[in-house]
Design a binder for this molecule. Structure first.
Ligand code: E4P
Length: 215
C-alpha cells in the first residue's frame, strides 16, 4: 500500500521524504491556508522535492471553473493530481479532464455510489473520508470495504485512496482491506515508525554492548 502525507507543510514532507517512506502528498484548501504562503509556492516546494504524486484541489464549484483551474494545475507540474470534489459539476469536469489525460483525485467521497461514479468518469484516485464518517457515528472503514469490493467486481482501475485518517489502526485496517493508498497527517505517519518495545529493546542492546570488552 502506498503511504501519502496529508499536509502542506514542507518541513513535514521533507522529513518523511528523506526517510524514504513517502509515496505522495495530498493537500486541501484548509491545509494550504495553515502555511501562510501562496498556493503555487507551496506546490512548487513540494513538487521540487521530487514527490511523484501531489494532489492539489480546485476551489471553483462550476464545471468551467474546475476545468480552468484543473488545466492550470496540470500545466504547473507533471506530479500534480487535480483534486475535484464529488458533485455533479465535479463529475462532469473529471470526465473531461481525464479524457485529456489529467489525473484526477475525486475528493469528499462518503458513499459507495459516489465511488462508483468516480470510477465511471475515469478518476485516477477516489478519496473516501473515513475519519469524518467515524465522527458522524458511521464506520468509515466499512465504506472502504464496499468500494474495494465494487471496484474488484467491475475491474475499475481507479485507485482507492483512504483519506481523513486519524490513527495508525486506520492504516492497518485499510491495508488489510486492500486499499491502494492511505493519506495521513504527519503525527500518524510518525506513529507507524514507533513502538515502545523497539525503544526498550534498543536501549537494552546498547546497555549490554557496554559490557562487551573493547579493543
Ligand atoms: C484528503 O485528501 C483530505 O485532505 C483529508 O484526508 C481530510 O482529512 P480531515 O478529515 O482530517 O480534514
Amino acid at each position: 500500500m502506498q503511504l501519502f502525507l496529508d499536509t502542506a507543510s514542507i518541513t513535514e514532507i521533507r522529513t518523511m521524504w528523506d526517510i524514504g517512506i513517502l509515496d505522495g502528498v495530498t493537500t486541501n484548501p484548509t491545509l494550504v491556508a495553515k502555511e501562510g504562503k501562496t498556493f503555487k509556492s507551496v506546490l512548487r516546494e513540494i513538487c521540487e522535492l521530487g514527490v511523484p504524486s501531489v494532489s492539489a484541489e480546485v476551489v471553483a464549484t462550476d464545471t468551467d471553473g474546475m476545468l480552468r483551474e484543473g488545466r492550470d494545475l496540470r500545466a504547473f507540474h507533471p506530479s500534480i493530481y487535480v483534486k475535484i470534489p464529488m458533485t455533479a459539476a465535479g463529475l462532469k469536469a473529471t470526465k473531461i479532464l481525464a479524457g485529456e489525460g489529467t489525473r484526477v483525485n475525486m475528493t469528499l467521497v462518503f458513499s459507495p455510489n459516489q465511488a462508483l461514479l468516480a470510477g465511471k468518469v475515469g478518476a485516477t484516485y477516489v478519496s473516501p473520508f473515513i475519519g469524518r464518517l467515524d465522527d458522524q457515528g458511521q464506520e468509515g472503514l466499512e465504506l472502504v470495504r464496499e468500494i474495494v469490493t465494487i471496484y474488484r467486481n467491475y475491474h475499475v482501475a481507479t485507485k482507492v485512496l483512504v483519506a481523513s485518517v486519524r490513527h495508525p489502526m486506520h492504516v492497518v485496517d485499510a491495508a488489510k482491506i486492500g486499499a491502494d493508498i492511505a493519506t495521513m497527517p504527519f503525527a500518524v505517519m510518525e506513529k507507524l515508525v514507533q513502538h515502545p518495545l523497539t525503544d526498550l529493546g534498543l536501549a537494552r542492546f546498547l546497555k549490554d554492548w557496554e559490557k562487551v570488552p573493547k579493543g
